[in-house]
Design a protein. Sequence first.
Length: 562
Amino acid sequence: MYSSENFNPLPSLSTFVRPTCAPWRSLLLSLSLLLILAAPSWSQDKSPGTPPGAVPTTFVGVNVNSVGCSGCTNYPASGTDFGVIRLWDTSGTSWPEMQASSGATLNTTKLDQVLQDAYNNSINHQAVGMYTFGRVPNWASSVPGDSSCAYQSSGGTGQCDPPAFLNADGSGSDADWRAFITALATHLNSLGSGYAPVKYFEVWNEIDRSTSLRTNNCNTVSDPNNCSYNGSDAQLLRLLEDMKCILTGTGTIHNYPNAYPTVPYSTACSSTGWSTSATQISGAMFLSPSSHAQGTSGAVANSTGVVQNFLYCNDSSIPRPDCNWNSSTGYWGSAAVDIINFHMKPGNEAQTGTNTDPETEMATEYGNATGILDPTDLAKPFWDGEAGYSGNGWDPNGGDVNLSGEYVQQAAFTARYMLGMWSLGIQNFDWYAWDISNFLETGGTTTDAGIAYSTVASWMIGSTMTSSCANVTGFTNPAGTQTLWSCTLTQNSWTGEVFWDTNSTAYNCDSGTCTTYGYNVLVHNPNWHYYQTPIGIPTKINSPYTIQVSNLPVIIMTNAVP
């Protein structure tokens, strides 16, 4: 276990602590929480977004990129709580990598390995797979010479264009795509026990990186050859509806055999003959095509609008190629998806000069994404299909401390990010990428952030968040702002209360100046017995007792984590 800056509160403090300013230790020992057995003197707001019930294993997911590499650890160590393995950029598992030519047998060696390893390394073998589409083999591409597409070094040009046999208006046989989905599903059903079952299907990765759905934001001088989807809305809908028909035997296929408004313009799946018992996957669920949720200007403008058009065809501020469904005909895109899916990775996604604390940034991005949804889609599960920390560090003038090289701050980010997502209403996140990001794992060794990921997962999975993450009212820092946060988790007879402080100036000693202060919190539960940080172990406490509060969360518990 690698932990360069492990922190546990001092074992015998009973009053406020005024720590000396060590270069990094002051980041951790800045604030104090005095536990006194008394009635509560603080309150929190209950966020309406927090999902009801216990946190499921599928809340915590990973995206693993390397498969079968020599001398590396590809998965979280056995015992780590994760419930979803997302297959995207996972070596050897994309369509171009598995099928060399039309009609060729799929090479599923690495696909099988990643599903077997996910099964073996997840708690109680509970991991479930999510397969993400978005790369088309050059031989199957409708525009094989498209050099604006990403992934040219591993599959050639044209991978971001829809498959052939599928017209821009959504008509056509879609034969190559249907043949691949049929072969993939038949293989997945043949695997049996010992492999993580693939139950979730994301029709396309990051459709906001597009020259067709947006205005040339993915093939510029500053960002060349990085397009993910250069097709129409109607083609994207057909890809999802055809896949859903094959995998479930249900649904309607619009723009087939003819494009709307030609009559007939839709066909019931049951009359196509495309779905058989060999291709139907029990419990299959379908995610909306993903997009980013951050930002309101520049290259990230209208990232949510592309999903809005896929669902409803009603954002006229950006291109809507062959988007031929609306309220009068029905919201076809919305009807085809079970889960709403965006990518949200705080860091360099925030606007320069703005506050980039994960609590603030995620609330902004979640608001951007949910703001486009109608009541039907607001009621569906909301996922962060590609999660993590993005960038080399936050703006030091507008948010949390710079994370570059600060292992304990990376752990603090991870813990606050996970707690905040569930509190907002986000029901799954899949960290991109566990094994190559140098954030959760470096050279096969788990970092402090990776330890925090596993520890906070153990706090959350199976627990109900009975008090959402929010400011603790009635407590201000020396600057006069409320920066103490808390949320409550319960599980059977176990209760845990998590505290942290979001104020960066309180413990940023990089400039040589430290500010220290304490919070005197009257704790309402007389039965606290243990405390733990995300990179520490459960430690017995006696009361009255002082627990250090910093931006690295600390949990106080009635019992050790069950």
